[in-house]
Design a protein around this ligand. Sequence first.
Ligand SMILES: Cc1ncc(C[n+]2csc(CCOP(=O)(O)OP(=O)(O)O)c2C)c(N)n1
Ligand SMILES: [Mg+2]
Length: 333
Amino acid sequence: MAETAPAAKGIPRDVDKATAVDLLRQMLLIRTFEDKAAEMYAKGRVGGFLHLYNGEEAVAVGAISGLRKDDLVVTHYRDHGHALAKGSDPGRCMAELFGRATGICKGKGGSMHFYDASVGLLGGYAIVAGHLPLAAGLAFAFQYQGKDNVVLCFFGDGATNIGDFHEALNLASLWKLPVVYICENNLYGMGTALRKSSALQEIHKKAAAYNMPGEQVDGMDVFAMREATARAVAAARAGEGPTLLEALCYRFRGHSMADPVLYRKKEEEAPWRARDPITTLRARLEAGGFLSAQEYAALEKKVTDQIEEAARFAEQSPEPAPEELYTDVYASS
Ligand SMILES: Cc1ncc(C[n+]2csc(CCOP(=O)(O)OP(=O)(O)O)c2C)c(N)n1
Ligand SMILES: [Mg+2]
């Protein structure tokens, strides 16, 4: 069972300065967005559930950096990081949390149901594992149409003991569908530790049951995520079928804003916090001569300004009109 934080490494040879710094920028953008979302939730601006991605930024950013723009992402309710990494506008994402008409779903989806077809993000799903068959279906559509696009599907460790996981992986493998399944193994499903809920904790080994490659990746390391996902995406694009990646990571905040995190100890958290994917990446870039302290400060300011502007945009945006209740629904009465 792997419950200790993995060790740090250098910068891969094939990653240039601009790429490396942009990966850091995206991770900082997500962290700052999440912290601002928490603040706005506490101020009563954001209603409903709010599941934050702090600590897991390297997974979405690294994985999605290996995609083409016309590839698709499908994810679970902890979805802000995936949307921002796929290119959604932070202001429109914040407005969605605020329930405003300018949100990416016109304020009608909220935190758990982000959807932004303009960047290839096809949800945001709150039913654990329910979106894994959807990802297989989207991949089937690409295959059927003779296209070489790929679908990335993100989900938690909690999804991997649910029927949908097994059904989706089985058909995806049998039909060699162009989909990459990425399990964000943060070791908990709500307050329940994986070791208390899963007979098999090395989730990548579940791939063997469906005759597909499975690989455990350091989810605190953006370069490791980028490299492993790029390989899996290339295989899927070449018609070789799906891969299951297990990104070993840790969420720094509670399951949702309603969770006081009474089920784990500071001693357990400490080694993971020491491997914070943002501070370790910053240190690696500085050590590798890719980033000076001044450049980091400028990056931090740029991102902070962008998120402040996003919050302002959300605050000043109008509520959806009452008539919006009757749009974007399948049937009219
Ligand atoms: C089918 C289903 N069962 C139960 C729930 C309630 N629920 C919401 S989140 C969650 C935990 C999921 O944990 P995991 O998949 O590990 O994702 P994480 O929150 O850790 O990112 C549960 C049980 C649900 N939304 N859907
Ligand atoms: Mg989990």
